[in-house]
Write a protein that binds this ligand. Structure first.
Ligand code: AMP
Length: 142
């Protein structure tokens, strides 16, 4: 039996505006903000507002709006950082590497020959995160 969704998780708090984030996109169903421990420049998280722990317990209706925004953000980060490619990652339960239990998709700009930094590694400086968020918003036309 799957574990229950915990509305006290950190992304639920970000969605409710209880803790800050560098938001780059929001619509009725989805929010996107910068990852504070980026695996590469411009690492962004795309998060549905509907509560679920991960892909295993999500309402299937969540995925169409979520992945529409994943695509928008992928195109925007590639443009914003003149990247060569984009990696999409998504983790489900601790054995997979998931650390925050509200469904989310990682969107990471990639550059030829540059490896990803560790998952949930080092905290980036807030001013760098703010600057990168500004570049992505500009690329999104926001
Ligand atoms: P996962 O392991 O897929 O659950 O990834 C959780 C991600 O959330 C990691 O990449 C963390 O760096 C990131 N993260 C944790 N706390 C925050 C936060 N307050 N704001 C933005 N990103 C966060």
């Amino acid at each position: 039996m799957a574990e229950a969704y915990d509305p006290g998780n950190i992304f639920a708090k970000i969605l409710r505006g209880e803790i800050p984030s560098h938001r780059i996109y929001e619509d009725d169903a989805v929010v996107a903000f910068i990852d504070v421990m980026p695996q590469g420049v411009g690492h962004t998280l795309v998060v549905p507002k509907a509560p679920s722990r991960n892909i295993l317990d999500a309402d299937p209706a969540t995925f169409a709006p979520l992945f529409a925004v994943v695509q928008k953000v992928a195109v925007a980060v590639k443009k914003a950082f003149n990247a060569d490619g984009v990696t999409i990652l998504q983790f489900n339960e601790p054995a997979s590497g998931q650390t925050v239990y509200h469904l989310h998709v990682h969107v990471i700009p990639r550059f030829e020959g540059v490896p990803l930094k560790p998952h949930s590694g080092q905290m980036e400086k807030p001013e760098v995160l703010a600057e990168n968020a500004g570049k992505i918003r500009a690329a999104l036309g926001n």
